[in-house]
Design a binder for this molecule. Structure first.
Ligand SMILES: Nc1ncnc2c1ncn2[C@@H]1O[C@H](COP(=O)(O)OP(=O)(O)OP(=O)(O)O)[C@@H](O)[C@H]1O
Ligand SMILES: [Mg+2]
Length: 441
């Protein structure tokens, strides 16, 4: 498995820890900045890292706490600022040249929202390649058609042949919708990629969300060719109901206007949405996603491929036949389920080391120099094995451990402990929606 350099969730924890410290030391401005920043990273982590709903929920509830505190700090700082004669204005004028300051007066809101957006929107390149996504060939083709080709061969898309402006990815949870979007972000490196999750936009501390939507599109037009990826778009644009809040309605209306409104030229701007409850989408919004791609549960070959992908470079003793069999045995598992199975299996050797009561000496490559073979490595074994020495991992010197490699039986054990998360009813509904409104990915 590949390791990411700094995981957003760790970064988030680091930031909020700093925030609480600064908060305690009464450095409220810095604290506020850290809280907000930390929450952004948490939101990112929810989207791309946390796999279980439980983890997501606990992160969410933490975020609410931090946002509450941030809101209080913000109000406090505002009051304080009001009393002091010197404020922001002085700061920004020595940053900008004189001619800029005139249009700053014109539209201070725009500046404010753009900076908020820049913080809230993740623009970094996530480094997921097309090959990292197993299966989903049709979806990949459609996305290439919509994203790569128009930028590379603009002349192909003149006149009546227009690239897609809105693409909706829908399907059961954990089938790689967000993951696919990351691949788009990586591969479409000529385009600016904005990713917002609905929770960013609806977040209460940002308040005036509809202006945010407006500025999001404004920025996307300025930086075109660009892609706006809205994850969990259903939260933003669910069908109109009587009890929806005023602000939710305004966001949606703004969204409709921006995506296809009078006077808004969206050439070069692609809106990519993802949802796992597509039927909750407002029909007007649905219409604006011209192409709707069903991302189904993976088939057996794609599942095998995923086992392969997730194993990565970790040493293992699985044969091609084993991998194929695992693919066959995992009917109904989503990509996310499979990644959990593999992660669990990858932990088995660690557990074996932890639980072992006996070790034996074996020959293997030295830690310092893999070309040199040594005879004094220790590996877990059963008490009855020849040469078994009664000891635990605590007695094993750090450089002498030879851990067992991942085997098919580890995989099967993890498989029996992990059940698929998607139920039949949801699948039926999704399939029905796909039949009515979508194309298969
Ligand atoms: N086709 C795939 N190829 C490789 N990995 C996959 C694939 N589908 C899912 N995964 C794995 O599952 C994880 C979760 O996928 P992802 O977050 O994209 O699901 P999702 O479809 O966006 O789900 P949700 O609807 O709940 O947001 C990914 O990080 C990836 O490791
Ligand atoms: Mg997702």
């Amino acid at each position: 498995m590949k390791m990411k350099e700094v995981q957003p969730v760790n970064k988030a924890i680091e930031l909020v820890t700093k925030a609480t410290e600064e908060d305690k030391n009464k450095n409220y401005e810095e604290a506020l900045r850290c809280y907000e920043h930390g929450v952004e990273y948490f939101l990112h982590a929810i989207k791309y890292e946390a796999t279980s709903d439980k983890a997501k929920d606990s992160i969410r509830s933490k975020c609410v706490q931090y946002l509450d505190r941030a809101e209080k700090l913000k109000q406090y700082l505002k009051k304080k600022e009001g009393k002091k004669p010197v404020k922001e204005g002085g700061k920004s004028s020595d940053k900008n040249s004189d001619d800029k300051s005139s249009d700053e007066d014109e539209d201070p809101d725009k500046k404010k929202f753009q900076s908020q957006l820049q913080e809230g929107i993740v623009m970094e390149s996530p480094n997921v390649k097309w090959e990292d996504v197993a299966g989903l060939d049709k979806a990949k083709d459609s996305l290439k058609e919509a994203v790569i080709l128009p930028v590379k061969f603009p002349h192909l898309f003149t006149g009546k042949r227009k690239p897609w402006k809105g693409i909706l990815l829908f399907g059961p949870p954990g089938t790689g919708k967000s993951f696919l979007a990351k691949a788009v972000a990586t591969e479409a490196n000529n385009s600016t990629f904005f990713t917002v999750s609905s929770s960013n936009l609806v977040s209460k501390w940002l308040g005036e969300s509809e202006k945010l939507v407006k500025n999001l599109f404004l920025m996307a037009r300025e930086h075109k060719p660009s892609i706006i990826f809205i994850d969990e778009v259903d939260a933003l644009c669910s069908s109109r109901s009587d009890n929806e809040s005023e602000s939710a309605r305004r966001i949606k209306t703004e969204f409709l206007v921006q995506m296809q409104g009078v006077g808004n030229d969206n050439e070069g701007v692609l809106v990519l949405g993802a949802t796992n409850i597509p039927w909750a989408l407002d029909s007007a919004i649905r219409r604006r996603f011209e192409k709707r791609i069903y991302i189904p549960l993976p088939e057996a070959p794609a599942r095998s491929h995923m086992f392969d992908l997730h194993l990565g470079t970790t040493p293992h003793s699985l044969t091609d036949k084993d991998i194929k069999e695992l693919g066959m045995r995992t009917e109904g598992y989503s990509g996310a389920d499979i990644s959990i199975v593999v992660r669990d299996a990858l932990m088995q050797p660690v557990r074996k080391v932890q639980n072992a009561t006996h070790f034996r000496r074996v020959r293997g490559p030295s830690r310092d120099n893999p070309d040199v073979m040594v005879d004094d490595l220790l590996t877990p074994c059963s008490p009855g094995a020849p040469g078994a020495i009664e000891m635990t991992w605590i007695d094993v010197p750090g450089d002498k451990l030879l851990e067992p490699i991942v085997s098919m039986s580890d995989m099967l054990m993890s498989l029996s402990n992990t059940k698929p998360t998607i139920n039949d009813d949801d699948l039926k509904r999704l399939q029905a929606f796909a039949d009515d409104f979508g194309v298969e990915g």
